[in-house]
Ligand binder design. Structure first.
Ligand code: GDP
Ligand code: MG
Length: 176
């Protein structure tokens, strides 16, 4: 209807994880190829959209980003409602952000569909010399929980496309 952009599916994804792990920068790297060094907090909820092509299928990803949900309890349900995918993000240089993954997963499963496709994402691999969480440990944890897993860097772009594309293609695969 007068639009150049057509797509076959709209998938809602949510980004979760502690403040400072790189949620907003992963999103801006994926949707705008932009990265910012300052850590301006997201105020409330924002979302960005990106169309990706899987073979002959176009998928419109609607990706929701937020500041620490604990400060915005009232919007928690709305944030997760209808999500078919989630990236649960921690910072490989900050052990507490990895330890809180369990809590983010339980909040996610409390509010989203049990069939939500979840990827565990260890961000900031460019800071390898400050790494606290080993790849093996996180990979093992993800396997036990039935989660997809990848390590990324929003700063140097490593695996950012791959992370979002894998979640979207897994959602699509499970549909059909
Ligand atoms: P959010 O609170 O989870 O949205 O995190 P932000 O995206 O705001 O990032 C928090 C801080 O970490 C900012 O200073 C970013 O520049 C920085 N940051 C985000 N991703 C990376 C990354 O992959 N590598 C490095 N070195 N810094 C990052
Ligand atoms: Mg943010």
């Amino acid at each position: 209807m007068g639009s150049d952009v057509t797509y076959n599916f709209v998938f809602k994804l949510v980004l979760v994880g502690e403040c400072g792990v790189g949620k907003s920068n992963l999103l801006s790297r994926f949707t705008k190829n932009q990265f910012t060094l300052d850590s301006r907090s997201t105020i409330g909820v924002e979302f960005s959209t990106q169309i990706i092509q899987l073979g002959r299928t176009s998928i419109r990803a609607q990706i929701w980003d937020t500041a620490g949900l604990e400060r915005y309890r009232a919007i928690t349900s709305a944030y997760y409602r209808g999500a078919v995918g989630a990236l649960v993000i921690y910072d490989i240089t900050k052990q507490p952000t990895y330890e809180s993954v369990e809590r983010w997963l339980s909040e996610l499963y409390d509010h989203a569909s049990p069939r939500v496709v979840v990827m565990l994402v260890g961000n900031k691999t460019d800071l390898e010399s400050n790494r606290c969480v080993t790849t093996e440990e996180a990979k093992h944890y993800a396997e036990n929980k039935g989660l997809l897993f990848v390590e990324t860097s929003a700063l140097d772009s490593t695996n950012v496309q791959l992370a979002f594309n894998n979640v979207l293609s897994e959602i699509h695969r499970r549909l059909g």
